[in-house]
Design a protein around this ligand. Structure first.
Ligand SMILES: [Zn+2]
Length: 58
């Protein structure tokens, strides 16, 4: 099993898509991606919870 997330699912127009072995690793990728591509996004509190709702297991 792996964890997957698509950046576009969060409402943005972005081709970013990540698949990792663990949810913790997935969040690390998302944070790095967001810092580089979406510097205006914030990943605290509710936003982080919302992101987790977009995570799919594959
Ligand atoms: Zn993105």
């Amino acid at each position: 099993m792996a964890y997957s997330i698509r950046c576009a699912d969060s409402g943005g127009d972005c081709p970013g898509e990540f698949t990792t072995e663990t949810q913790q690793e997935l969040m690390s990728h998302v944070e790095l991606h967001a810092a580089q591509v979406h510097p205006d996004m914030e990943f605290e509190g509710e936003t982080r919870e919302q992101l987790l709702s977009f995570v799919r297991t594959v």
